[in-house]
Write a protein that binds this ligand. Structure first.
Ligand code: ZN
Length: 400
C-alpha cells in the first residue's frame, strides 16, 4: 500500500488542509497536523489545490504543436467546414508522424494540469481507422498519466464519405468510447439520415454521443431539437453532448431560453471553447436554465487555427472574458466549466477534492480560484493518483 500526506494544501474555501492519499485515492482531508508524520509527506506550501482539469474536447490526431509551423490558410469566402477539411487533408499528408505530434500535444496539456480528456479522432473513408489505431496506442502508453476518452469522429461527414457509417461501427469495436457526428444539415444535408447512423450505433453499442455542431441560427436550433428528440426517445439523458452549438449564440434570449430548457430536460451537455470569431453559446443563460456547460481547447495549432496552448485555466479565462464575467461568482463559474462540469459531461467517477475521490489534483500558486482564472499562473505541480506527473511545465515520461 502506498500512502502520502499532502500537507499545507489550500482548498477552495481558503483553509489549509492535509490531504491523505492511499493507493491513489483521497482517504482523509483534515486540519494541518503539527505532529511529524512517519510516512511520505509532500509539502504543498500553501498553494491552491484543485481537481485536475477536464479537457473536454480536443483533437489529438490533427495538431502540429511541437512540429514545424504550418501557416494558416484562410477560406476563400468566409468560414467553410468543407474547405477547412480539404486544407487539413493536405496539411496532414505533409506533417510529422501522428504519434509524435499527439504525444507532444498530450504532454502540453498534462503539464498545465489536465488529467482527464476527451479527444475526437478522425474516422472517414480517406484515413479509415489508422488515426484511431495511432491514438489508441498513445492512450495506452500514457494511461498512468492521463485518462482519455476517444470519440469516433466523422470529420468528412457520414453520408458524404462512403463507408464511414461502417467504419464508425468498427471504431467502437476497436476501442473508441463514444460516437461523434458533424453538422447533419449543413455538411451532410440530411439531418435524419445522419442522426439515424449516430444514434443507431449509440443504441446498439451502448456508447455516449458527442456531436460537432457548427450550424448557426435557426438551422443549428433545428438540429439541436432533433438531437433532443432522439436523446429522449432512446432514454439517453445524461449521455449526449453537443460541441460548439454556435447557433445558440445567434438566438434572441427568449428563444435561447426555450431551447435551453429542452437541452437541460434531456440532460444534454454543451461544449464551448469560446472561439474568438464566432457567436458561441450564452454560457450564463444556459447554466441558469440548468444546462451543463463544459469546455475544451478544440484545435491547438492545427489546420483550423494557429491558437491554443492546452491550458484549461487559460480556457476558463477566455470563456469568462468573452462572456463578460467579472465577479468572483462568475469567475468561479468559468472555473467550474473546466473542472466539475467537464467531469459531469464525461461521466467521470471519483472526481473532485473529497474523501473517496481519485487523488488527481493540481497545485497552483494562487490565493483563490478567481485569481487562478484571471492569472493562470505557471509552475504548477500536477499529481495523478497522488503521483507527481508534471512540474515546471514539463510532463514526466510514462513508466515503461
Ligand atoms: Zn472539434
Amino acid at each position: 500500500m502506498t500512502s502520502t500526506i499532502f500537507t499545507n494544501a489550500k482548498l477552495a474555501d481558503g483553509l489549509l488542509r492535509d490531504i491523505h492519499v492511499e493507493n491513489g485515492r483521497i482517504t482523509a482531508i483534515v486540519p494541518v497536523s503539527s505532529v511529524p508524520a512517519s510516512g511520505s509527506v509532500i509539502d504543498i506550501a500553501g498553494d491552491l489545490v484543485v481537481p485536475g482539469f477536464v479537457e473536454g474536447h480536443i483533437h489529438l490526431d490533427t495538431s502540429f504543436y511541437g512540429g514545424k509551423w504550418v501557416p494558416h490558410r484562410p477560406c476563400t469566402d468566409g468560414f467553410d467546414v468543407h474547405e477547412r477539411v480539404a486544407f487539413q487533408a493536405g496539411n496532414m499528408a505533409k506533417a510529422e508522424p501522428m504519434m509524435e505530434r499527439a504525444v507532444k500535444q498530450l504532454e502540453l496539456c498534462v503539464s498545465h494540469g489536465t488529467l482527464q480528456m476527451r479527444s475526437h479522432v478522425m474516422v472517414d473513408g480517406s484515413v479509415g481507422l489508422k488515426s484511431l489505431e495511432t491514438i489508441l496506442a498513445v492512450r495506452e502508453k500514457y494511461k498512468d498519466i492521463i485518462d482519455i476518452q476517444l470519440v469516433a469522429f466523422p470529420q468528412s461527414g457520414i453520408l458524404k464519405s462512403p463507408g464511414t457509417a461502417e467504419l464508425l461501427d468498427e471504431a467502437i469495436g476497436l476501442g473508441a468510447d463514444l460516437i461523434g457526428g458533424l453538422d447533419p444539415a449543413s455538411f451532410d444535408r440530411d439531418v435524419s439520415a445522419h442522426l439515424d447512423v449516430v444514434f443507431d450505433i449509440a443504441e446498439r453499442c451502448g456508447v455516449d454521443v458527442d456531436i460537432h455542431l457548427h450550424e448557426g441560427g435557426s438551422m443549428g436550433a433545428f438540429t439541436i431539437e432533433e438531437i433532443c428528440a432522439r436523446t429522449h426517445a432512446l432514454g439517453m439523458q445524461g449521455h449526449v453532448s453537443i460541441s460548439h452549438a454556435y447557433g445558440l449564440g445567434d438566438l434572441a434570449p427568449d428563444a435561447a431560453r426555450r431551447i435551453a430548457a429542452k437541452i437541460a430536460g434531456n440532460g444534454i451537455s454543451i461544449m464551448t471553447n469560446a472561439p474568438g470569431h464566432h457567436s458561441f453559446p450564452p454560457v450564463a443563460l444556459l447554466r441558469d436554465e440548468g444546462v451543463n456547460v463544459f469546455s475544451g481547447s478544440d484545435n491547438i495549432r492545427d489546420s483550423w487555427w494557429p491558437y491554443g496552448d492546452g491550458d484549461m485555466l487559460r480556457r476558463a479565462e477566455i470563456i469568462g472574458y468573452r462572456s463578460g464575467f467579472f465577479t468572483d461568482t462568475e469567475l468561479q463559474m468559468a472555473f467550474d466549466i473546466v473542472t466539475a462540469a467537464g467531469a459531469k459531461a464525461l461521466r467521470l467517477e471519483g472526481y473532485g477534492i473529497e474523501v473517496g475521490a481519485k487523488a488527481d489534483f493540481v497545485a497552483i500558486a494562487a490565493e483563490h480560484i478567481a485569481e487562478a482564472v484571471v492569472g493562470f499562473p505557471g509552475n504548477r505541480k500536477v499529481f495523478k493518483g497522488g503521483r507527481l506527473v508534471a512540474e515546471n511545465g514539463k510532463t514526466k515520461t510514462p513508466r515503461a
